[in-house]
Design a protein around this ligand. Structure first.
Ligand code: ADP
Length: 459
């Protein structure tokens, strides 16, 4: 049995049965067996079924929000926001299913037609993290199913209950066995089964870079297509010509979301030296207004970190920074509430090579660096193996254009702290991965292109 604990107080939230290797293989068999029928349905039929799933989940929104709050630790308002975001993917791909267009290409043979079609890639698998237990699943499953693929998914061990609840609604809505399967068990063993099975044609993974690299190497043997959304180390740059109030609002929202446990969370905050003192002072005032608490409240609060490993990592990163001479201007230690709560923290005086700057923090820690000019900060922002997202605040148009071209990231966000929505291509470059989720680009990941030459016509 896999027991799920509430990170806010350690109480048991629920338990699910772990699948052994034979059960995992049986789920893969069902996923493969269901493919021919599901992929040959009309796009409009798949669309109708996805929409029923969407409506069924939406009707149960509050129960999902409470479950996510207890399972993951995020507050109710964030959980509700995640559900809206996640439902958006089901709705979007229910529509997109009907728009997987092909091409005709001017022929090279006057007795032939050249046609390009897009076909569902096959049975596929996904492995998801715990930080968005709902949205990570709908984003992958809705896209795959819309394209005509069938999908088996392994959610994170910290948050499987949301996944099984989504499955329950899927069955109620008419998504048959095999078309969508959920399994939990030993992640390494499941990973080996999914990547090793030649019938599984693609793996979509969101999680750490280390596990992503391992899965990519395992997928090489059967030449599987992959979508990898891995770690990030987002720079957040504030120039002296920026609207400071807006920049602070954008930064605090982006950083404290999910207690900082988000791959697009601002990790290195670069503030121009001319506004540094003022910016830090106003940032502290803004952070001080936010409560730290368990999430079953209507207002936004910074919740606990998800588990002991995550908590220990934040403690260790901040302790190392302190030992290296960083100035703690706020927080810098576990919260008096105890357990997995950590104080929102503001730190300055760090070097670019400090562990806080080179690792994905995944906690409510604002690490702030000062810079002199644009050229310098772009070079420092790009000095990372990651390239998921980069944020910058400036009111200068020319600078915005230069930043949009020179920042090495799959997503560049100017004068906003908000990245995600269903209609944009979400994903990274460099070691943050490849492939895109959301928008019309997302469904391309689940189809292959087939060129058909129809020759032999006699005119
Ligand atoms: P995090 O550090 O955020 O938990 P992980 O990459 O460890 O990130 O976890 C993301 C997902 O990858 C989870 O569902 C986890 O169970 C899964 N996972 C971890 N190790 C492996 C592995 N060796 N093979 C397959 N999946 C794995």
């Amino acid at each position: 049995m896999l027991v799920v604990y509430n990170p806010a107080d350690g109480s048991e939230v629920g338990r699910v049965a772990k699948s052994n290797a034979a059960q995992v293989k049986a789920a893969v068999d069902r996923t493969c067996a269901a493919f021919p029928e599901w992929s040959s349905k009309l796009a409009s039929e798949r669309s109708d079924i996805l929409r029923r799933w969407h409506d069924s989940v939406k009707d149960d929104k509050e129960a999902f929000a409470e479950l996510m709050c207890r399972e993951n630790g995020k507050c109710l308002s964030e959980a509700r926001g995640e559900i809206d975001y996640g439902l958006g993917f089901i709705e979007w791909y229910a529509e997109e299913a009907k728009r997987v267009y092909g091409d005709t290409i001017p022929t090279h043979d006057k007795n032939a037609n050249v046609v390009v079609t897009k076909e569902a890639i096959g049975p596929v698998a996904a492995i998801t993290p715990w930080n968005f237990p709902f949205m990570m699943i709908t984003r992958k499953v809705a896209t795959a199913l819309a394209a005509g693929c069938t999908m088996v998914i392994k959610p994170a061990e910290d948050t499987p209950l949301t996944a099984f609840k989504l499955l329950e609604h899927a069955r109620k809505a008419g998504i048959p066995e095999g078309v969508f399967e959920v399994i939990v068990g030993d992640p390494k063993e499941i990973g080996l089964i999914l990547t090793g099975d030649p019938r599984i044609r693609k793996i979509s993974f969101t999680g750490s870079t280390g596990v992503g690299k391992l899965l990519a190497s395992q997928c090489a043997a059967t030449v599987k297509k992959m979508t990898l959304e891995l770690g990030g180390n987002a720079p957040f740059i504030v120039f002296q010509d920026a609207n400071i109030e807006e920049a602070i609002k954008g930064l605090v929202g982006a950083k404290l979301r999910n207690s900082g446990q988000v791959c697009i969370s601002p990790n290195r905050i670069f503030v121009q030296n001319t506004i540094f003192e003022d910016f830090v002072k106003r940032l502290k005032e803004s952070v001080a207004r936010i409560d730290v608490d368990q999430g079953m409240r209507e207002d936004f609060v910074v919740g606990p970190l998800v588990n002991q490993t995550g908590f220990d990592k934040v403690v260790s990163l901040v302790e190392q920074a302190k030992a290296a001479g960083a100035k703690v201007l706020m927080g810098g230690k576990p919260h008096a509430k105890g357990g997995l709560f950590y104080e929102p923290t503001v730190l300055t005086g760090l070097q670019d090579d400090s562990p806080l700057a080179t690792s994905e923090i995944f906690g409510p820690v604002f690490a702030i660096y000062s810079f002199k000019d644009e050229e310098e900060v772009i070079a420092r922002a790009n000095q990372t193996e990651f390239g998921l997202v980069a944020y910058a605040y400036t009111s200068a148009l020319g600078r915005s254009l230069r930043l949009s071209r020179q920042l090495e990231a799959g997503m560049v966000i100017l004068n906003s702290g908000s990245v995600g929505t269903v209609s944009i291509p979400f994903g990274g470059i460099k070691q943050s991965g490849y492939g895109r989720e959301g928008s019309y680009y997302g469904i391309e990941e689940y189809v292959h292109v087939k060129y058909v030459l129809m020759a032999g016509a006699q005119f």
